[in-house]
Design a protein around this ligand. Structure first.
Ligand code: GLA
Length: 712
């Protein structure tokens, strides 16, 4: 049997290289079989999904019972396991051994703890890569990686795909009827490495052929006439490797990003199809990475039953020891919720201790923060929080990446906090069930724009995510919930849409935004919008291109901030306020719009910098630069919120986050104090404390690093 399979594989590999068109058309994306929206609490037996990432394979079996007891005592009812245990589950090719995992499940299930099992494709066994070294990905210099670490594979390699299908099939067959296995996490943090070998080049060429149909079409779309790049055969189309003298065509590169995102989704769907065929009804998810932008999560997640992601607030190396940067993880939660139509999600890896890798550390946080971060996830729509990891590893790269427990299993302060939180979420289940964040404001994130800015970064100071935060953080300071939406999402339920630097446009997005404004919405566009068409080709319309009518401005000149020291700029509001501005300066010529601010320096002093245009029943703002002052955004958005009739929640003091979930006739108000000081927040009448049951007197007193959950 094995020799036959080997022969087939060898033949298939040869054919795939010689005749890429023979590359098997990947299984069509199967829509999730589970009806939407996915009810996580019902899925977990009527309990909030509260858990830890557990690695029984790394600990003596004699510790499992004690682990399960301590987990149960802390209110844990869920674990994720096995995502890196391929070598343990398939110690030699084709021989599968699940006895150890069955044993761990038996102990855990006896303590009321169920599991999601990871398909282990993120960590191919050494024996597999020794047999097939070409499973390792090839870097952009044409060098194939050697065995080691993880996430090291080429996802188009037939030997790898066959081996993944084997282990996934074996897991599905073994656990399809296991009552203690709730579902599957496919792979782990998909999104790399990019592989530049001949199989991936063939796959990209096939993707292009499928998209464009003819070489004429792809040459036209990419403008390959430039520098005489015209292709006369599909096999000539390169990957954006780094072994060329110069740079690639930006249209090719944007399509490569789209290909890579699609190919990653196909890889996930290949596994999901096996799991759904053999073990129907067990949920399928994947643990994602929030603001990570290699993948279009809004596309990937159509293949999942629910979204999961990994949240590490203290991992940001640049993060000062300032715990009040709650907007970073807040936006991550909202983007993940938005990547699957605002459905509730699970934080599959919630920071459970000090992040430490082999060469860098994150910041340690007071134990109370681990409760705050769990509540922040819940406040932003999570119905599941799973701490990474149960116990810090004694081995390998993550010996310094703290779990809830340290290597000594001592019930430390973090364990006490996890236990307190576990007790509380049990008591809150009736309050949370049937509620979700409700937002009237949407922040539009464009995967195409993010990729295009990676290909042709504007200027050194430009940071797409930082610009998102300019608007997001201000809305949160106003106490307003925010939904993140992706292009081609439904905007009709929103009153305000903010679409920062919509650099790449499609006719559909332009129509969507026009309908939104026409219908009475308030749309905020910002600099470098409407510049490139869907092929990353510069528009030949006066900027902002097809958005010009919406914005009511023309841009006949612009000024990149190449050297902040010598190019200092400011904007002057019509009311006289002056704000520093940075990064980019679109010099606006109002057509039908009115100027709200002008530039205060340079040859274009007095030219419009910020405008407002009446459009249909709505209004369109164009912010032609990046004002470098929170007060600008607070002022602009206060007016827009008021104009939209949105009375945001109580305005929180600095370092206090406010968020709400609504539904089932309830409003649940979360007050989260990220400061080391007591805080008082005015909340209005009618609330009661969901944990203590006490009625509130119109204001809530928060202890340092404290949490209040109020309900009415
Ligand atoms: C990622 C991975 C985990 C672990 C953590 C901590 O989130 O999914 O396996 O490596 O980082 O490093």
């Amino acid at each position: 049997m094995k020799s036959r399979r080997l022969f087939l594989l060898a033949a298939l590999s040869t054919l795939l290289i010689l005749f890429p068109a023979l590359m098997p058309a990947r299984a069509p994306a199967q829509s999730a079989s589970t009806p939407k929206p996915f009810d996580l609490i019902a899925w977990n037996g009527g309990q909030f999904v509260y858990g830890v990432d557990y690695y029984p394979e790394a600990w003596d079996e004699s510790q499992w019972e004690k682990d399960a007891e301590m987990m149960q005592a802390a209110g844990i009812n869920f674990v994720r396991m096995a995502e890196f245990a391929w070598a343990k589950m398939e110690p030699t090719e084709g021989r599968y051994d699940f006895a150890w995992l069955d044993g761990a499940l038996k102990v855990l299930n006896a303590h009321g703890i169920k599991a999601v099992l990871g398909t282990p494709s993120a960590s191919p066994p050494a024996w597999l890569m020794a047999k097939y070294p070409d499973i390792a990905a090839m870097n952009d210099q044409g060098v194939r990686y050697r065995y080691g670490s993880r996430r090291n594979y080429c996802m188009n390699n037939p030997h790898f795909l066959a081996a993944v299908q084997g282990i996934v099939t074996a897991m599905a067959e073994h656990y399809k009827n296991h009552p203690g296995v709730l579902g599957w996490q496919i792979d782990n943090e998909l999104g790399g490495p990019d592989c530049y070998d001949s199989l991936c080049q063939a796959a990209f060429q096939k993707w292009c052929r499928t998209k464009y149909g003819s070489l004429d079409a792809v040459n036209k779309a990419w403008g390959t006439i430039f520098w005489g790049h015209t292709y006369s055969a599909w096999s000539q189309i390169p990957l954006p490797w780094n072994t060329l003298y110069g740079v690639h065509n930006p249209s090719l590169e944007l399509d490569y990003h789209r290909y890579f995102s699609d190919a990653t989704r196909d890889f996930l769907v290949m596994q999901a199809d096996i799991l759904r065929r053999i073990a129907p009804g067990k949920a399928i998810t994947h643990n994602e990475m929030g603001m990570f932008d290699n993948i279009d999560y809004s596309h990937l997640n159509t293949a999942l039953d629910f979204v999961a992601w990994d949240n590490y607030p203290m991992i940001d190396h640049n993060l000062t020891r300032n715990f009040t940067h709650y907007e970073d993880s807040g936006l991550g939660h909202d983007l993940m919720r938005g990547s699957k139509n605002q459905q509730s999600f699970v934080v599959m890896e919630e920071e459970g201790g000090l992040p430490g890798w082999n060469t860098f550390w994150g910041h340690q946080a007071p134990p109370e923060m681990y409760r705050l971060w769990a509540y922040q996830a819940i406040a932003h729509g999570a119905d599941g929080v799973c701490y990474f990891r149960w116990r810090t590893s004694r081995y390998g790269t993550e010996q310094y990446w703290q779990g809830v427990l340290d290597q000594d299993s001592y019930p430390n302060a973090r364990y006490g906090i996890v236990k307190q939180t576990g007790d509380e979420v049990k008591r809150l289940k009736g309050v949370l069930a049937g509620t979700q964040p409700v937002s009237q404001v949407a922040l539009l994130v464009s995967p195409d724009a993010r990729w295009a800015f990676h290909i042709q970064p504007l200027v050194n100071g430009f940071d797409y995510n930082e610009q998102l935060h300019r608007y997001y953080d201000s809305l949160r300071r106003h106490g307003a919930n925010v939904d993140v939406v992706f292009p081609q999402g439904d905007l009709s339920s929103y009153k305000i849409v903010i679409a920062p630097s919509l650099f790449v446009f499609t006719p559909e997005v332009v129509r969507e935004l026009t309908d939104f404004a026409d219908g009475g919405g308030a749309l905020v566009l910002t600099y470098r919008s409407g510049v490139k068409d869907e092929h990353n080709v510069f528009t030949d319309e006066t900027l902002p291109g097809p958005l010009a009518k919406l914005a009511g401005v023309a841009i006949h000149d612009y000024d990149p901030q190449i050297d902040p020291a010598s190019q200092q700029q400011e904007i002057v509001m019509t009311g006289g306020q002056r704000y520093p501005a940075k990064v980019w300066f679109d010099i606006l010529t109002p057509a039908t719009a009115e100027a709200l601010a002008t530039y205060g320096k340079g040859y274009y002093t007095g030219s419009a910098a910020v405008t407002r245009n009446n459009m249909g029943k709505g209004s369109v703002y164009y912010v032609g630069t990046e004002p470098d002052s929170p007060a600008f955004y607070d002022g602009l958005l206060a007016g827009i919120l008021q104009g939209a009739g949105i009375a945001p929640g109580p305005t929180p003091p600095e370092g206090v986050e406010i968020a709400t979930r609504e539904g089932s006739g309830r409003t649940v108000l979360f007050l989260l104090n990220y400061t080391a000081s007591k805080q008082s927040v005015g909340v209005g009448q009618g609330y009661r404390d969901a944990l203590s049951g006490a009625s509130t007197s119109g204001s809530a007193e928060l202890p340092e690093f404290g949490v209040k959950v109020l309900v009415k």
